[in-house]
Each structure stands twice: as structure tokens, then as C-alpha cells.
Design a protein around this ligand. Structure first.
Ligand SMILES: [Zn+2]
Length: 478
């Protein structure tokens, strides 16, 4: 794992945009960074997706009641906005650069996954549109599309040099969805060729992860380290070393967030360390398999050749998954005009009804596409899709499809969920990808390329004694 210093004074000058799902996340993740960035002369903006109007335990404590009314939840949202303004202005952020969108606390995951155009009703405020009078986008409807659009517009105004986002596989559904919406908005700007977007640096901070940060309580002599399971060699982490003033400023913001501190004080103080850790958004360009046999794009698991995002195993439990994430490995690749997906999951004998959903969000803001596969048979569920092919063997799903299905749109957000019934039991991050199509080599026709396309390949023990030709028989499973 790389864990080098992120030195603020060495960064090119330019605006910084910190994005937070709820008031307090920006300080838990980046108060020291914000404080030092302001001191170094950067213009810092903070964008809140929600105002925290869905925190049931918090509202119960605040109103001393187990039956909190929708109006009280809304009032709580306004209170948490005030705390956020107090906390951030204490760090030196201009109040005009603090933006509240007022989207539903606890609903962002639903907006991203299933309410792109269909309005969502907040279970706590019972509203389906932004009620806050000071909301940056006005009274927007609670729809994924509207959230994507306003974030895209704000980014285009701020033109950030650095974008600080929640981590894409943070265990809290609002957090990972905030990453996905913001990354999609940035991707939209990239697709339009905006130079600020193509040059922006994306950093991710983590808040919710099992048994992290540990130990609890205020320990400013310790560094904040990425948790086990998120420190694989393929990930690049940077740390900001906080000076004494930044550490004290961060600690002070925790006390300003009184509504949160009363509930979870030792947890919040555990974020006040001598450093803040950020994962750098890696380049996710999926290119053709140059220099390899184009007929065997899926041979072996090789992280050097393909970009793979394995979810951590063992101790990983998300609130959302309510159990172990069973996705073991996920790999995307492309060759000769075709895209390939390979997904391996951990064996679960008592889980016969697993499905995998591939979710595609486009930079133009149109409704997302989904492909759903039965993980027992490998079959695509629902309507057939062009020349898409899929099969399952050895707890591995392999899918291939012509990239022309995407109508020349090469940038998109991609992620996979594994569902058991309606319950999510595994989820990859939803990340931005840029697919670079490569034409068929001279002399090879479509049929030849297709011939070997669906080789699932070996993960360790799978040997094909006959070489590439021996895979011919297997393809009949399709
Ligand atoms: Zn949060």
C-alpha cells in the first residue's frame, strides 16, 4: 500500500470542493484538510447532499420523544445546517461557499438505484421534494436525475481543482451513493470536455467501516490509517499531516456538532488524529488487450492486465448488506470491440437464489441501464440484449457484449450488486470508467473473435490442457 504525504502547499492553486452526505461528515473526514487548505489560500466549498433530517435516534433524543413528527425531523435538519455553518466558518470557510441541497437523509441509495425519475418519499419528513428555503437548488423533486443535475451545475460553477468525496464503498448507503452521484456529475463534465474536470484530482475519505477508526476516543498522537481490507497494493492512499492548529480546529468542530456528539462522542473524537487519510481516485481506463492474444481476454485473473476491484473479505459487513459481502472479485476488460465482465463470489451453499445486477449510469443523465443475471444458470433475466452472452461456472459469472450496445458512449459509472431476493448481499463500488474501444486486428473477422470470447479462464486451479482450442466445447453452454 502506498501511503505518501499529501502536501497542500505543493498542490496547484484552485478551488476545492468537499462533498458530504450529512452535516458532520465533512469534518470527520476532512476538517484538518479544510482548515489547512483555507490557511494555504485555497477557496474551499462544501456541498451537503442532505441536512441530516433522517437520523431517528438523534431526533428522539432532541425532542425527548419516541414519536417524532415529520415537522420535527425538518426542524432537526435546519438545526444541523446551523451546526454545519458554525463548524465550517470556524475553520475559515466562507458561509457563501457552504451549499445545502436538502435531499432526503437515508434516501440517497434509493435515488441512485431505483428512483432516477420516479420521486422518492422520505420516511421521516414524508416529503418528496426539497423543503429547505435556503437549498442551493431550490425545491427540487427527490429524484436521482435532479440530484445529479444540480451537483453537475454546482461543480461547473465552482470548477474545483480538488474534489473530496465519501469513499465509494463506505458502509453507509448515503455515503457510497453520495460518492456515486458526485462522481457521475464529474464524469458528465469530463464527457463534455470541461478542462477543469479532466484535470481534477478526486480524493475519498472514509467514515463508516467495521471496527474503524480504532481505538475510540481522542488520540491525537496516532495517525489515521486505512483499515485492513481497504489497503490492497492496488489502492493509492495519501495522508495529510495536520499541524497543531489544524488538529485543534478539527477537535473544536466536533464540539460544535453537539447534536451528534451527545450520541456518538468517542466515535467522533476517534477521527481527530495527527493525519487524515484519503484514497486517490485511480484512473479507470479499460483498454483493449494490446500485446495479448485477443481471443483470450479472460484467461486467468491478472490484476496487472485488467482493472479489478475486489471487495474486502472476511470482516467486511455493511449496514446495507447486513452481512458478509459475498463478492470476491470483479474484473472488467475489453478487446476487439467487446466488453467483458467477470464476477466471482464466495460459496454459499444455502443461498441458491442469487442474482447479479450490473448497473450503468450515463454521463448525460438518462435513466440507468441494468442487466440482471441468475447466478445459478448464468442466464440474463428479462429481455434478450443484442449479442450479450453470459455463463456461470465455478462461482464465476462471465459476460461479454459488443461495446456498440453503448452507442459510442465510452464514459459511464459501473457497479455490480449481488442480491438474494431483494436484499443486497454484495456490492462493488460504483466507479467511473472510460472504455477505449479497439478495432478488430487486420485479417480477423467478427466470427473468429466471437469464437473464443467466452472463456471464463482459470482462477488458480483451472487448467486447460488443450490450450485455447480446448475451450471450444465449453462455449456450447451458452
Ligand atoms: Zn454521514
Amino acid at each position: 500500500m502506498h501511503h505518501h504525504d499529501l502536501v497542500l502547499s505543493s498542490l496547484a492553486p484552485g478551488p476545492i470542493l468537499v462533498v458530504a452526505p450529512h452535516p458532520d461528515d465533512e469534518c470527520l473526514g476532512a476538517a484538518g484538510f479544510i482548515s489547512m487548505a483555507v490557511a494555504a489560500g485555497h477557496e474551499v466549498h462544501v456541498l451537503f447532499f442532505t441536512s441530516g433530517d433522517g437520523f431517528v435516534q438523534d431526533a428522539q433524543r432532541y425532542y425527548l420523544s419516541l414519536t417524532v413528527t415529520p415537522e420535527e425531523y425538518l426542524h432537526l435538519g435546519y438545526e444541523r445546517q446551523k451546526e454545519a455553518v458554525n463548524a465550517l466558518t470556524s475553520l475559515g470557510v466562507e458561509s457563501s461557499q457552504i451549499h445545502f441541497l436538502g435531499f432526503p437523509d437515508g434516501g440517497l441509495d434509493a435515488l441512485y438505484r431505483s428512483h432516477w425519475f420516479d420521486p422518492f418519499e422520505s420516511p421521516t419528513t414524508t416529503l418528496n421534494a426539497v423543503p429547505y428555503l435556503d437549498a442551493a437548488g431550490g425545491a427540487l423533486t427527490y429524484r436521482g436525475h435532479d440530484l445529479w443535475l444540480i451537483v453537475h451545475q454546482i461543480m461547473d460553477q465552482v470548477q474545483p481543482r480538488i474534489v473530496v468525496l465519501p469513499h465509494p464503498i463506505d458502509g453507509h448507503p448515503d455515503h457510497w451513493a453520495t460518492h456515486s452521484f458526485a462522481r457521475l456529475a464529474l464524469l458528465s463534465a469530463e464527457a463534455k470536455g470541461r478542462s477543469w474536470a479532466l484535470q481534477a484530482t478526486v480524493l475519498s475519505y472514509l467514515v463508516h467501516w467495521p471496527a474503524w477508526p480504532m481505538p475510540l476516543g481522542l488520540r491525537t498522537h496516532l495517525e489515521q490509517r486505512p483499515p485492513n481490507g481497504l489497503n490492497q497494493p492496488s489502492r493509492i492512499w495519501r495522508k495529510t499531516v495536520l499541524n497543531q492548529a489544524a488538529i485543534e480546529s478539527k477537535q473544536r468542530t466536533m464540539t460544535i456538532y453537539t447534536s451528534q456528539m451527545e450520541l456518538i462522542k468517542p466515535y467522533m473524537l476517534a477521527f481527530v488524529r495527527s493525519t487524515e487519510a484519503f484514497e486517490v481516485d485511480p484512473t479507470r481506463t479499460i483498454k483493449g488487450a494490446e500485446g495479448k492474444d485477443p481471443r483470450l481476454p479472460l484467461q486467468g485473473w491478472n490484476a496487472e492486465d485488467t482493472i479489478a476491484y475486489a471487495m474486502p473479505q472476511g470482516d467486511f459487513m455493511t449496514r446495507m448488506a447486513k452481512g458478509v459481502n459475498i463478492i470476491d472479485r470483479l474484473e472488467w476488460s475489453c478487446s476487439e470491440g467487446y466488453g467483458y465482465l467477470r464476477l466471482r463470489w464466495q460459496e454459499h451453499r444455502d443461498r441458491p437464489n442469487l442474482r447479479a445486477v450490473v448497473r450503468m449510469h450515463w454521463p448525460g443523465g438518462e435513466a440507468p441501464d441494468t442487466w440482471c443475471f441468475d447466478l445459478e444458470t448464468g442466464e440474463l433475466l428479462g429481455e434478450a440484449i443484442g449479442d450479450l452472452r453470459s455463463r456461470v461456472a465455478q462461482q464465476t459469472l462471465a459476460v461479454s457484449w459488443p461495446l456498440s450496445l453503448w452507442q459510442d458512449r465510452s464514459r459511464l459509472m459501473l457497479g455490480v450488486e449481488v442480491l438474494e431476493g431483494s436484499r443486497v448481499v454484495g456490492r462493488s463500488g460504483y466507479l467511473a470508467y472510460h472504455w477505449v474501444q479497439t478495432p478488430l486486428p487486420e485479417g480477423m473477422n467478427e466470427d473468429e473473435a466471437l469464437k473464443h470470447r467466452m472463456d471464463i479462464g482459470g482462477h488458480g486451479g483451472d487448467q486447460r490442457p488443450g490450450g485455447p482450442g480446448a475451450t471450444a466445447g465449453r462455449r456450447t453452454i451458452l
